[in-house]
Design a binder for this molecule. Structure first.
Ligand SMILES: Cc1ncc(COP(=O)(O)O)c(C=O)c1O
Length: 387
């Protein structure tokens, strides 16, 4: 999260003093409910559900989409491992597809990987970069499958004139410490589908049968991904800052881009919706891993913050060991790979294009604490060092 200050502390104190720390049994109409309304207004969505994490949002979203044993869900080869883990938690099988030059899910490979068992696609808007939603939504419509947007790293981003999480059937945000806005931990599910929302609501709260919700469906056995009113209050303060945060990040990124554009040492990775990009990073593409590593060394030696997605460990499918080895649950009887007759095969080199793209890409993070003029200066410095 980029900013955390007096407003969040005041929100926390407000809840502490109210004595209403639980969102139900007294907390109704309070911080969590109000946050959900405010989030829906911002996104132009009908329903949202504040949860303990982005992973919980994905799991409840998959429940809402009726995903379960025997189903296949397509995920990108470049994402935090939580994306495929959520699929396994739902009892389904993650099918791993390539990313394209934009570092987001490649629609061509998605279409290649669709089978009769495919029920859902999870595009991940990595590093605030919108996925190719036009192409992915067309594929989903053609094959009558659903889309759950993993927007955990892209809170507030958009695609065309819609906010991310509202282009597919549902979308997930993470509000953990490393995200654009957050409360240390947290997440939200967004949808405009009433039944999907109700299923997610019930899954997120095992006590939902006793809360007096006006539900269209009968409660089933849920779990507990509820958050406290403290999280709701802090997230309201964070949400109020979101547009300002994005404005600054985008202005800084535009300033840096203006200086780097046309530099012969690299190309700029394409972005599917420039205006909707959250602006958290710039991705530079080199002709080879060797060239990228040389540039990375040069930048680091000169004190310029930079890294490569290839080294980001848990975000690269080839390091998802428990998944690659198909250890889908502690108890083998619950292992989704054993709950289906089809045999799956994963290998570390199964998405070579993704590996090649990640290994030749270098990120320059946008510095929220600095302004556009400082980013222009940074751009000139990088250009001088690398050309
Ligand atoms: C792309 C992506 N998906 C899902 C998650 C899971 O979010 P959380 O850590 O809040 O469970 C993250 C968090 O890092 C993420 O980056």
């Amino acid at each position: 999260m980029y900013v955390f200050g007096k407003k969040e502390i005041a929100a926390f104190v407000r809840v502490a003093n109210s004595g209403k720390h639980f969102r139900y049994r007294g907390g109704e109409g309070g911080e969590c409910d109000t946050f959900e309304k405010e989030l829906c207004e911002k996104l132009d969505a009908r329903y949202s559900l504040l949860l303990t994490s982005g992973t919980a949002a994905l799991i409840c979203g998959l429940t809402g989409l009726d995903i379960g044993p025997g189903d296949e869900v397509i995920v990108p080869a470049y994402t935090f491992m939580a994306t495929p883990l959520a699929v396994l938690a739902a009892g389904a099988i993650p099918v791993i597809a390539e990313v394209d030059d934009s570092l987001t899910l490649d629609p061509v490979d998605v279409e290649r990987k669709i089978t009769a068992r495919t029920k859902c696609i999870i595009p991940v808007h990595m590093m605030g970069l919108p996925s190719n939603m036009n192409a992915l939504c067309k594929i989903a419509r053609r094959h009558r499958i659903t889309i759950l947007e993993d927007s955990c790293q892209a809170v507030g981003g958009s695609y065309g004139n819609k906010r991310l999480t509202t282009l597919g059937n549902a979308g997930a945000f993470s509000f953990n410490y490393f995200k654009i806005i957050g409360a240390g931990e947290g997440g939200a599910l967004v949808t405009s589908d009433r039944l999907l929302y109700e299923k997610a609501l019930i899954h997120h709260d095992g006590g939902s049968a006793f809360r007096g919700h006006q539900l269209l469906i009968k409660p089933f056995c849920g779990s507990s991904f509820r958050v406290s009113e403290f999280v709701g209050a802090v997230m309201r303060a964070q949400l109020a800052r979101l547009d300002g945060i994005l404005k600054r990040l985008r202005a800084n990124k535009a300033a840096l881009l203006a200086e780097l554009d046309g530099c012969p040492a690299f190309t700029l990775n394409p972005v599917h919706c420039q205006r909707g990009d959250c602006g958290v990073t710039i991705a530079l593409r080199f002709e080879s891993e060797r060239a990228m590593r040389r540039a990375l060394k040069e930048l680091k030696q000169n004190g310029i913050s930079s890294d490569t997605p290839y080294d980001s460990g848990i975000h690269v499918y080839s390091r998802w060991t428990p998944i690659l080895e198909q250890r889908g649950a502690a108890d083998p009887r619950k292992n989704p790979y054993r709950l289906t007759t089809k045999k799956y095969h994963y290998a570390k080199d199964m998405c070579p294009r993704t590996l090649a793209i990640l290994a030749s890409t270098l990120y320059i993070p946008i510095n929220y604490q600095k302004n556009a003029a400082q980013h222009r200066q940074l751009g000139r410095h990088i250009r001088k060092l690398l050309q």
